[in-house]
Design a protein. Structure first.
Length: 591
C-alpha cells in the first residue's frame, strides 16, 4: 500500500476539503440566507427556561452536534463500507455533507428561526398548505418512533454484549452500562452547578469532563450486570434494558433543557471531539510505524457481496444518512436548536459547520473499516467494528486497549442517548401540536405516548428474510434510512417553497431544489423496493395468507403514500401566486 493510500492521508485530505467548503460554500450560503447578528431571536423573545433559552454558541455547538450525530455517522458508514467498499461510501459522505446535508441543516435552522422557532412542519404549513402540515407531522412522528426503536435496541444490546479483544481481554457491556449511568448523573450534576452557581462553562467542563473519563475506568470495575442479578436470558435482559432506556426517555423528554439535555449534549460533544482527535493522532502514529494500512477493498464487486446483495443505488444513499444528509437533522435544527440560537450569524457554524464535523466523524468510522480485512468484518456488529477501530487508533498513544475500547463504546452509547431523548422531546412537541394539549399535563402525556409506543416493537422478536431472529435495529435500519432521506427531501421542499414564495430567489433551485429531487428519487426508489420485496409472495400467489408479517413493507407503503401526497401539495404551492413581500424579506440578498 503506497504512502498516498493510507487511512491518515484519506482522513487529512477529506478534512482539508471540508474545511475549504466551510469557508467557501458555507459563507456563500450564509450570504444567500442573509444572516444578521442584530435580528431578534426567539430564544430571547419567547424565553421560558424550559424549551427557549439563549445559549452561547460554544455550548450549543456541542449539544447540537451530539444530538444530530448519535450512532448514525458510525453505523451507516460502517454498514455501507463493509457492503460496498470504503471508496463509494467516502465519496458520498464528502459530496453529501457539503452540497446536500449542510444546505438542509442550515436551511432548516434559519427557516425555523425566521418563523418564531417553529418546526419545519410549521414552515410547510405556512408556505405549502395545511394538509401538507398534517401529512408531514404524521410522517415525522412515524419516523421518530422507529428511530427510538432502532437506537434503543442498539444501546440495550451493547449493555449485554461482551467485546473480546485480540489479546483475549474482555470489555463488559455491563461495565459500559455502569459508565453510562455515571455519565448521566454527572451531566445532571453539571447542569445544577451551572444553574445554581456562578461557575463558568469552562471551569465546569474542566471539572466534569475528567470525571466522565474516570467513569469509563470505573465502569469495568463495577459492572451493572442485570443479566446476573435478574437471572434473565440475554434476550430478556436486552428487553429489560430497552424498557429502562425508554423510562429514561420519559423523564429526559419532559425535563428542562438546563438539567439534562444541555449539559449532557455539551459533554457528549466533547466525546465527539476527543474521538476525532484521538483517532487522527492514533492514525498519525500508526502511519509512522506502518501499523495502520488499508486492508479492506476500496470497492466490493456485486458478485462478491454475498447473499442478499444490493446495488449501490439507492441503498448506499439511504444506508449512510447521518454523515452525508439526514432528514432527522431538520427535527433537531427546528425543534430544539432554533429555540436556543443566540444570534442568527451563529447558524453558519452550528447548522453548516456541525454537519461537516459529522462528516468527519463518518469518515473516521469508515477508517475503522479500512484497517480490517473482509474476513474479520464478517459477523461483527457496527458498534464492535467502531470500538475495535477507535481502540486500535487510541492504543497507539499508549492507552490500554481495555480503556480505549471502553471509551469508544461509551462514546457510541453517549451519542445514542442524545438521539433518544431529543427524539422523545420532538415527539412530545408533535403530540402537543396535534392535540392542542399544553402545560404540564400536555408535556407528560406527549412524552409518555412517544416513549411508550416503541415498547410494542422492542418486546417482539422480528424475523429476517431467512426466517431467523434478528435485532430490531437491523430490521428497522433500512426503513429508517429511506424514510430519513425522504424526510430530508420534504424539509428541502419546505425550504425551497419558503424562499421561492416569499422572495422569488432563483438561487434556491440549484442550492436546495436539486438536492430535494435527488433525495426524493433515492428514498422513494428504496421504499418502493421494500414494498415490492415484502409483497412479492402475495403478488405471486394472490392469497391474503401470504401478506407480509414484517412491519417494514407496511410502513414503507404508508410512507410512500404520504410522500406522494406531499409532493402533490408541493407542486400546487409552486404554481400558486407568489406572496411578496414577506416579513423576512429584509434578510434576503439580491438574486
Amino acid at each position: 500500500m503506497t504512502a498516498f493510500a493510507t487511512p491518515l492521508v484519506i482522513l487529512l485530505g477529506s478534512a482539508a476539503i471540508l474545511l475549504v467548503a466551510y469557508f467557501t460554500y458555507g459563507s456563500l450560503l450564509a450570504r444567500l440566507f442573509g444572516l444578521r447578528a442584530s435580528a431578534p431571536m426567539p430564544s430571547e423573545t419567547l424565553r421560558d427556561g424550559v424549551d427557549y433559552e439563549p445559549t452561547p454558541p460554544s455550548y450549543l455547538l456541542g449539544q447540537h452536534l451530539s444530538a444530530i450525530a448519535a450512532a448514525g455517522p458510525i453505523v451507516g458508514p460502517i454498514l455501507a463500507g463493509v457492503a460496498f467498499g470504503w471508496l463509494p461510501a467516502l465519496l458520498w459522505i464528502i459530496v453529501g455533507c457539503i452540497f446536500l446535508g449542510g444546505v438542509h441543516d442550515l436551511g432548516s435552522l434559519v427557516a425555523s428561526v425566521r418563523h418564531r422557532a417553529k418546526s419545519i412542519a410549521e414552515v410547510v404549513r405556512e408556505h405549502v398548505s395545511g394538509r401538507a402540515f398534517l401529512l408531514l407531522l404524521v410522517f415525522i412522528y412515524i419516523a421518530l418512533i422507529y428511530i427510538i426503536v432502532a437506537f434503543t435496541d442498539i444501546v440495550a444490546a451493547s449493555f449485554v454484549d461482551v467485546v473480546t479483544l485480540e489479546d483475549g481481554t474482555r470489555v463488559l457491556g455491563s461495565g459500559i452500562a455502569s459508565s453510562s449511568l455515571l455519565y448521566l448523573l454527572l451531566a445532571m450534576a453539571m447542569g445544577v452547578v451551572l444553574r445554581r452557581t456562578r461557575i463558568s462553562l469552562t471551569a465546569a467542563t474542566a471539572i466534569f469532563l475528567p470525571l466522565v473519563g474516570a467513569s469509563i475506568w470505573a465502569g469495568q470495575r463495577i459492572p451493572f450486570d442485570l443479566e446476573q442479578w435478574t437471572g434473565l436470558s440475554p434476550v430478556g435482559t436486552t428487553r429489560l434494558w430497552g424498557a429502562l432506556l425508554l423510562g429514561y426517555c420519559l423523564v429526559a423528554g419532559a425535563a428542562p433543557l438546563w438539567l439534562l439535555l444541555q449539559p449532557r449534549g455539551h459533554l457528549g460533544g466533547w466525546f465527539l471531539y476527543i474521538a476525532l482527535f484521538g483517532g487522527v493522532l492514533g492514525l498519525v502514529i500508526g502511519s509512522i510505524t506502518g501499523s495502520d494500512v488499508i486492508r479492506y477493498p476500496a470497492f466490493v464487486p456485486f458478485d462478491e457481496r454475498g447473499v442478499g446483495a444490493s446495488a449501490i443505488a439507492p441503498i448506499l444513499f439511504i444506508t449512510i444518512a447521518c454523515g452525508a444528509c439526514s432528514g432527522f437533522h431538520c427535527l433537531i435544527a427546528s425543534g430544539t436548536t432554533s429555540k436556543q440560537l443566540r444570534r442568527e450569524t451563529d447558524a453558519k457554524a452550528i447548522g453548516y459547520g456541525a454537519m461537516l464535523i459529522e462528516g468527519m466523524i463518518a469518515i473516521v468510522s469508515l477508517a475503522c473499516v479500512m484497517v480490517i480485512t473482509r474476513e474479520s468484518a464478517r459477523g461483527m456488529q457496527p458498534n464492535a467494528i467502531y470500538a475495535a477501530g477507535i481502540g486500535r487508533f487510541v492504543a497507539t498513544l499508549g492507552v490500554p486497549a481495555t480503556i480505549a475500547v471502553s471509551f469508544a463504546l461509551l462514546a457510541f452509547t453517549t451519542f445514542v442517548y442524545d438521539t433518544l431523548d431529543v427524539c422523545t422531546r420532538l415527539g412530545r412537541f408533535i403530540v402537543q401540536e396535534l392535540t392542542g394539549l399544553t402545560g404540564r399535563a400536555g408535556r407528560w402525556l406527549g412524552t409518555a405516548v412517544t416513549a411508550g409506543v416503541p415498547l410494542i416493537f422492542l418486546f417482539t422478536t422480528p424475523l429476517g428474510p431467512d426466517g431467523a431472529p434478528m435485532p430490531a435495529w437491523r430490521l428497522f435500519w433500512s426503513l429508517f434510512g429511506a424514510s430519513n432521506q425522504l424526510l430530508a427531501a420534504l424539509a428541502l421542499l419546505g425550504i425551497t417553497a419558503w424562499i421561492w414564495r416569499t422572495r422569488r430567489a432563483w438561487w434556491i433551485w440549484p442550492v436546495a431544489g436539486v438536492p430535494m429531487l435527488f433525495m426524493y428519487t433515492m428514498s422513494g426508489w428504496a421504499l418502493f423496493s421494500f414494498v415490492r420485496q415484502g409483497f412479492a409472495a402475495v403478488l405471486e400467489s394472490g392469497s391474503a395468507s401470504d401478506l407480509p408479517s414484517s412491519p417494514v413493507p407496511w410502513a414503507a407503503l404508508v410512507l410512500i403514500g404520504l410522500a406522494a401526497a406531499l409532493a402533490i401539495e408541493g407542486l400546487l404551492a409552486f404554481v400558486r401566486p407568489v406572496r411578496l413581500p414577506h416579513s423576512d424579506a429584509a434578510h434576503s440578498v439580491s438574486a
